[in-house]
Design a protein around this ligand. Structure first.
Ligand SMILES: Cc1cc2nc3c(=O)[nH]c(=O)nc-3n(C[C@H](O)[C@H](O)[C@H](O)COP(=O)(O)O)c2cc1C
Length: 830
């Protein structure tokens, strides 16, 4: 509320939502107050919603090192300022003439979305013009499907991003206060987006009875999707069984709601059924809750019990009634301020950290989710009806609820749903280079190599069949190859062979990050493998945003200084210097030198991950490790691109000396191997043998082995750029606000677009244009990337790329048109 004038009706701004409610009550006509405030029947469910939140007890946590808390979250691919949106409520114009436009402005200022009711008092176009955060449309399905269809089409045309189907209203509940008051809407309060025909909307309950379709079933979800091509959430789910059915019917999200106690009186409080529903949903789609949220700490309580976000209902109307847009903004600011307070005092750094550990043992909701599952089939020993042991997600490590660990699920699901798409999503090698017999030749060659080196049959058998040395058995060959290809001079003892570079990241983070105040800096956008590993290990991450032309080392230094100022220790910086995943950018030689100087100045380690160099055309810049004179760089290597990914062989070069208090010394690689012995014991010998055979076949020179693939990927990149240029000549792309970078190699490039490139857009791209890509926002540890796309071209043939970019161009044009910009056709305006 800082800087905002105090809403009139009191000498100071209200300090709680309760005070807002009280001020609203004194300003509103008593019948209008009853209409918004009341519930169905004896209002037992209405009361239960609030009482359930009153019972929540949160555990204060101290000295957690959490620092500034970040309440932002990502729902359906869009960043929200906090896990809060405005619930759909009819006729905001009853509270203030500006109605929903005031609400949309207030919510947008806080970065919060609004779910706009079917019965909004202002038109979708007016609301969209006022909004700066996502808008969703709440849909009541009418008996007349054409009316519903038109409603959705208008919302979609105005840029609404999702549909929220309300399913708890086959008829409206008996709201005794309205019946007693014989409540009628004043003549000027009308639904601005429904046909202005003879329909009498003045009595919501009567219109509800005649207008709403009472016979809906689960097939309505597919119908809605076919009309709007938008994600569909289902609002009004109150049981685990219905949640499972909703997901099976294709719902993209679920809102646990009893309509604010306005429908079935006697239904339980939403918070009381949340944990059980969260267990059934199991993270498969966003889970929201409404009903009774009246303080910031209620938001945190709902997250702790498994919600991804909440909807706030009546309090927003109270704010509007008190002071229009300023009042609604005051309400939302208050909730966000209370949420930040609750996060700080419970040591909850981000919403991903909000889990059941926040609840005290006395919390009555905590043990509430004991759904009975059928006994596992075929387990004869189990008693016939013994319930399977069900685990609650909230009781698992918080990382399993971190969206970063789930990043690719939506993409996989889309690929499954639209099998005929051209996919610019996967960062996979081109499969035509794999020969099914070559793998056997590799293993044979390695065995011959061992024999030629004097190994006995027995020693060879042991090497192939037994547990092997934890640090790996092909370290000598890797050393030779690094010398030949990368100018890296590392003793075999400084190398640990890992299960992919991914294990290398996990081991390295585990060894280096010992103190809660240690922070990992990452170039952002960032490969999700490193942020995922950091999440598993609860390592705090500080993103350093890459600029359009790549990383600026001054930004890394600013991040180091900012973390120091907060009392934390920047320990290491993770970077993909060559043809980065996801952006495609490459650091210049000068930037590499500056980064090494900065690392020395600030006692920072560098984690260098560079898997695309050896499969990229042309001469590569030196690795950071090759330029490293002070052993500041830990080099993470991978053979997934340069040999083949199924081997899952990677390595870490960790030549940093480690000294213990007695003065004895080892290398960091020795310490990583100790950790590895408790993770994967050793990298499978068969895989090492196959990679070793491939290294032997080319005398360690993977650049030579990969000359043909590198040419192919270079060609794929060239064709992708050529096709983009063809569809969007320079003046056209400038006018449209589209742009892309021109990587010199690798598998990826970044396309900047003038519209939100989120899951909803991806769904339209797949459904309408049969092409998919990855929203760049997936790769941002914090906000960012909302208007960029990662295109991966490595997996496709030139003909597929040509076809795919054609479809992609059609998608971009359609999307830009959708946002209201005009789209010039190439040729006509060049
Ligand atoms: C005045 C009023 C109008 C409402 N109109 C709608 C509506 O049009 N569509 C809908 O799905 N829910 C509607 N709801 C229910 C809300 O979306 C939400 O479920 C409920 O208000 C949340 O509870 P809370 O008010 O306790 O926060 C309405 C609620 C109120 C109070």
């Amino acid at each position: 509320m800082t800087g905002r004038t105090a809403p009139s009706g009191g000498s100071r701004p209200p300090l709680s939502l309760e005070e807002y409610a009280e001020r609203a009550r004194t300003r509103l006509d008593p019948a209008v107050w009853d209409f918004i405030e009341g519930g169905a029947g004896e209002e037992r469910t209405l009361a239960a919603n609030g009482a359930a939140f009153d019972r929540v007890r949160l555990s204060p946590r101290v000295l957690t090192g959490a620092g500034e808390c970040d309440p932002s979250t990502t729902i359906l691919g869009r960043r929200w300022g906090a896990p809060v949106a405005v619930a759909p409520m009819a006729y905001h114009t009853l509270m203030h003439p500006d109605g929903e436009t005031a609400t949309a402005r207030a919510a947008g200022a806080a970065g919060l979305p609004v779910v706009v009711s079917t019965f909004a008092g202002r038109t979708f176009a007016e609301i969209a013009a006022a909004a700066t955060a996502p808008l969703w449309l709440q849909v009541y399905c009418f008996r007349d499907r054409d009316t519903t269809r038109r409603l959705i089409e208008h919302a979609a045309a105005a840029g609404f991003e999702a549909l929220v189907l309300t399913v708890d209203t086959p008829r409206l509940g008996r709201r005794l206060r309205d019946l007693r008051n014989d409540f009628r809407l004043p003549p000027h309060i009308v639904p601005a987006n429904l046909p202005a025909d003879q329909t009498d909307y003045s009595s919501p309950s009567e219109h509800g009875r005649t207008g709403l379709d009472p016979a809906l079933d689960w097939s309505v979800i597919a119908w809605l999707r076919s009309v709007g091509q938008l994600p569909v959430l289902v609002k009004g789910v109150m049981t685990a069984e219905d949640a499972r059915r909703a997901i099976a019917a294709g719902a993209d999200g679920i809102v646990v709601s009893n309509h604010g106690g306005r429908q079935l009186d006697g239904a339980p409080a939403t918070l009381d059924v949340l944990a059980r529903i969260a267990a059934a949903v199991d993270g498969r789609c966003p889970l929201l809750l409404d009903g009774g949220v009246r303080r910031g700490r209620d938001v945190l309580g709902a997250l702790a019990l498994g919600a991804d976000a909440v909807l706030l209902g009546r309090p927003v109307l109270h704010g509007l009634a008190v002071a229009g847009q300023d009042g609604a903004a005051g309400v939302l600011d208050l909730v966000l301020d209370e949420l930040s307070e609750a996060m700080a005092l419970t040591g909850t750094a981000t919403v991903a950290h909000a889990d059941a550990s926040l609840l005290t043992g006395e919390d009555p909701h905590r043990g509430g989710a004991h759904a009975t599952l059928p006994a596992a089939p075929g387990n004869a020993a189990a008693p016939r009806n013994a319930p399977a042991t069900e685990l609650r997600k909230q009781d698992l490590h918080r990382s399993v609820s971190d969206p970063v660990l789930d990043t690719m699920n939506f993409l996989n699901e889309i690929t499954g749903r639209f099998p005929d798409v051209v996919s610019f999503a996967p960062g996979r090698p081109y499969e035509e280079f794999f020969d099914k017999d070559e793998i056997l030749d590799h293993i044979r060659r390695y065995l011959d190599h061992l024999a030629a080196g004097g190994a006995s049959d027995h020693a060879i058998r042991t090497a192939l069949y037994q547990y092997g040395p934890t640090a790996g058995q092909i370290r000598g060959l890797i050393r030779d190859s690094l010398r030949a290809d990368e100018g890296i001079d590392a003793a075999p003892e400084a190398i640990v062979v890992t299960v992919g570079a991914q294990e290398g990241m996990l081991l390295t983070l585990r060894a280096l990050f010992a103190d809660p105040a240690d922070v990992l800096l990452v170039a952002s956008p960032c490969y999700v493998g490193i942020t995922g590993a950091a999440s598993l290990l609860q390592v705090p991450v500080h993103p350093v945003e890459e600029r359009a032309d790549g990383l600026d080392v001054a930004d890394v230094e600013a991040a180091v200084l900012a973390e120091r100022a907060r009392g934390r220790r920047p320990r290491a910086f993770y970077v993909v210097p060559d043809h980065s995943n996801p952006s495609g950018n490459t650091m210049s030689r000068r930037a590499r030198e500056e980064l090494l100087e900065l690392a020395a100045r600030h006692d920072l380690l560098i984690l260098e991950d560079s898997p695309y160099r050896l499969v990229s055309p042309g001469v590569q810049l030196p690795t950071l490790k090759a330029m490293d004179r002070a052993r500041r760089v830990i080099h993470l290597g991978s053979y997934s691109k340069s040999v083949f990914p199924s081997a899952r062989v990677g390595f870490v070069v960790a030549d940093q000396p480690v000294r213990d208090p007695s003065g004895a010394g080892t290398l960091l690689a020795d310490e990583l191997a100790k950790i590895k012995s408790m993770v994967t014991v050793n990298t499978p010998a068969l895989s090492q043998a196959a990679v070793a055979g491939a290294l032997l076949a080319c005398g360690g020179r993977l650049t030579e082995r990969n000359a043909v693939p590198a040419k192919h990927y270079g060609e794929a990149l060239r064709v992708t750029l050529e096709q983009l240029d063809r569809h969007f000549p320079e003046d056209v792309r400038d006018r449209l606000g589209i742009g892309w970078n021109r990587p010199s190699g690798g598998f990826f490039l970044t396309v900047r677009v003038p519209f939100p490139a989120d899951n909803a857009a991806l769904l339209r791209s797949a459904g309408d244009h049969a092409v998919i890509w990855t929203p760049m926002a997936y790769f941002y540890p914090g906000p960012g990337g909302e208007r960029s796309i990662r295109l991966s071209f490595s997996y496709l043939s030139p003909a597929e790329i040509e076809e795919g970019i054609g479809r992609f161009a059609a998608f971009l044009r359609a999307e830009i048109e959708r946002c209201g910009a005009t789209v010039p056709t190439p040729g006509r305006d060049t």
